[in-house]
Design a binder for this molecule. Structure first.
Ligand code: NAD
Ligand code: UGA
Length: 441
C-alpha cells in the first residue's frame, strides 16, 4: 500500500485516483473546484464514465479514497503526487499550462517531506523540467523531490477498462530510482513498462495522439475519395485491415475527430514543431481534413435540402463520442453551430450530454428521445455513434419526419435497408451503396 495524492478530479484524475485505490493504495484526491469535491463527498460524480461511480463508492467506503480542497491535508502523507489537471488550448494552439503551474506552486508551498511528482497531464516537451524549477523556487526550504512523466493513454467512455488494461505504461525521468518506484505502482497492471527520459516520455504522448488523429484524417480522406469514385469505405477498411501492418482498428470515417484531446494535442505538437524551426506539414493536413469533415455534413444537407434556412435538422448524438457526456470540441456541436448560422432550426438528442448542451448551446432544441427528435424534421444527422441508436425503429423515425432524409455521419446504418424503408440516405464514403455525390452525376 502506497500513499498517493491525485491533483484534479476530472476524467484522468478521478479515474487514476479511484483505480489506484482499488489496487489497495491509500489515495487522497484534491481539486480547486469546491463544488466537485463537495459532490464527490456526497457520492455525486463530476463526470459520466461507465463503471467509475461503483469504484469510487467502494473505495470511499473502504477508507482508501478521500477528497479534499486543502493542499496541506492532501500532501501530508504523500509519497507519490499525480498531477492530472487540464492543459487546454491556449493562444495560437500552444498548450496553456496555467493549471500545471498552479498545481506545482501549490505542491511546493506545503511540501515538508520528500515525494515523487508524477505528471499525467499532457504537456509540451520540456514541461517536466519547468515543473521541477517551479517547485524549487516555491519550496519553503530545499527538500529533495523527483519529477516523473507518466503520460495517460485512457479514452473517455472506457477509461476504467483502459486504466486496468493499458497497452503500456510510459515513464520518463532523469531520476531512474524514482521512475522505478513509479513502475512498481504499475506492476499490478501487467503491461509493458517503457522507462525513458522526461522529454522523450512527453513526446511519446504527443506522437501517439498525433498518429491516431492521422489515422482518422487518412481514412476520412479515403472516404471522400470513395464517395467521388463510387466505392464503399467500410469494405475498403475491411479489406485493408487484414494486413497486420494496418489492422481494422481506429479507422472509422465520420465527422472528424473531436474531444478535449486530439484537437488540442495535434495543434500543440504543430505549434512546438514550428517554434523549434521544423515544418509539420502532415500535422497541418491532418487538422485541415478534420475541419473539412464537419463541413461535408452541412454540404450534404444542402445538396439534399437546398437552402437550410428554416429547415429543421435533428442531431442524433451531441457528445464528442459515444459513452461520454463530454461535449468539449464535439463535432456534433460544431455542425450544430454551422447549421444555426445558416438559419436552420437545430434539434438534438443525446443519452448523456444534454445537461451540458442546455447550458452551453441554448439554441439547440433538446428532445426527450430519438422519436421525439425526429418529429417534423427535414433531416436526421447521425453525429455520435451511441449503441442505443443502432436498434431504433427506423420506420417509426421515418413516419415522424417531415422529409425522410438521413445524413449518417457515423455510418451507423445499413444504406440498403434505409433506402428500402423509403429514406434518402447519405453516409460517409459510401459511394456505391449510398447515393453517389454530385461529382458522379
Ligand atoms: P478535466 O478538465 O476533466 O479535469 C481537470 C481537473 O483539474 C478539474 O476538475 C479542475 O478543477 C482541476 N484543477 C485545475 N487546476 C487545479 C489545481 N491547481 N489544483 C487542483 N485541481 C485543479 O481534465 P482531463 O480531461 O482529466 O485532462 C487532464 C489532463 O490529462 C489533460 O492534460 C489532458 O490532455 C490529459 N488527458 C486526458 C484524457 C481524457 O480522456 N480526458 C486522456 C489522456 C490524457
Ligand atoms: C484519445 C485517445 O484515444 C487516448 O488514447 C488518449 O489518452 C486521449 O485521447 C487523450 O489524450 O486524452 P478520447 O479523446 O477519449 O481518447 O477518445 P477516442 O476514442 O480516441 O476518440 C477521439 C475522437 O476520434 C472522437 O471524436 C471519435 O469519435 C473519433 N474517432 C475515433 C473517429 O472518428 N474514428 C475512429 O476510428 C476513432
Amino acid at each position: 500500500m502506497k500513499n498517493i495524492t491525485v491533483i484534479g478530479v476530472g476524467y484522468v484524475g478521478l479515474v487514476t485516483g479511484a483505480c489506484f485505490a482499488d489496487l489497495g493504495n491509500r489515495v487522497v484526491a484534491i481539486d480547486i473546484n469546491e463544488m466537485r469535491i463537495e459532490n464527490l463527498k456526497r457520492g455525486i460524480m463530476p463526470i459520466y464514465e461507465p463503471g467509475l461511480k461503483e469504484i469510487v463508492e467502494r473505495n470511499v467506503k473502504a477508507e482508501r479514497l478521500s477528497f479534499t480542497t486543502d493542499y496541506l491535508e492532501a500532501l501530508r502523507d504523500a509519497e507519490f503526487v499525480f498531477i492530472c489537471v487540464g492543459t487546454p488550448e491556449g493562444v495560437d494552439g500552444e498548450a496553456d499550462l496555467k493549471y500545471v503551474r498552479m498545481a506545482a506552486e501549490s505542491i511546493a508551498k506545503v511540501m515538508d517531506h520528500e515525494m515523487i511528482i508524477v505528471n499525467k497531464s499532457t504537456v509540451p516537451v520540456g514541461t517536466g523540467d519547468w515543473v521541477a524549477n517551479i517547485i524549487r523556487e516555491h519550496q519553503p526550504r530545499p527538500i529533495p523531490f523527483a519529477v516523473v512523466s507518466c503520460p495517460e493513454f485512457l479514452r473517455e467512455g472506457s477509461a476504467v477498462r483502459d486504466f486496468f488494461n493499458p497497452d503500456r505504461t510510459v515513464l520518463g525521468s532523469m531520476d531512474r530510482e524514482a521512475a522505478n518506484k513509479v513502475a512498481q505502482l504499475h506492476l499490478p497492471l501487467r503491461a509493458p513498462i517503457v522507462i525513458t527520459d522526461l522529454r522523450t516520455a512527453e513526446m511519446i504522448k504527443y506522437a501517439s495522439n498525433a498518429f491516431l488523429a492521422t489515422r482518422i484524417s487518412f481514412i476520412n480522406e479515403i472516404a471522400n475519395i470513395c464517395e467521388a469514385l463510387g466505392a464503399d469505405v467500410k469494405e475498403v477498411v475491411q479489406g485493408m485491415g487484414y494486413d497486420k501492418r494496418i489492422g481494422h482498428h481506429f479507422l472509422e470515417p465520420g465527422v472528424g475527430y473531436g474531444g478535449s484531446c486530439f484537437p488540442k494535442d495535434v495543434k500543440a505538437l504543430a505549434y512546438m514543431a514550428q517554434v523549434h524551426g521544423t515544418n509539420p506539414e502532415l500535422l497541418h493536413a491532418v487538422m485541415g481534413i478534420n475541419q473539412m469533415q464537419r463541413k461535408q455534413i452541412v454540404i450534404k444537407l444542402q445538396d439534399l435540402l437546398g437552402d437550410l434556412s428554416g429547415k429543421i435538422i435533428a442531431l442524433l448524438g451531441l457528445a464528442f463520442k459515444e459513452n461520454t457526456d463530454d461535449i468539449r470540441v464535439s463535432p456534433a456541436l460544431e455542425i450544430a453551430e454551422m447549421l444555426h448560422d445558416l438559419g436552420a432550426i437545430v434539434r438534438g438528442y443525446d443519452p448523456a450530454a444534454m445537461a451540458h448542451v442546455a447550458r452551453a448551446y441554448p439554441f439547440v432544441q433538446l428532445a426527450a428521445d430519438p422519436y421525439d427528435l425526429a418529429q417534423g424534421c427535414d433531416a436526421v444527422v447521425v453525429a455520435t455513434p451511441w449503441n442505443e441508436f443502432k436498434a431504433l425503429d427506423m420506420e417509426r423515425i421515418g413516419a415522424a419526419m417531415r422529409q425522410k432524409v438521413i445524413v449518417d455521419g457515423r455510418n451507423l446504418y445499413d444504406p440498403e435497408r434505409l433506402k428500402a424503408l423509403g429514406f434518402i440516405y447519405r453516409g460517409v464514403g459510401r459511394g456505391y451503396n449510398g447515393a453517389l455525390n454530385s461529382h458522379n452525376g
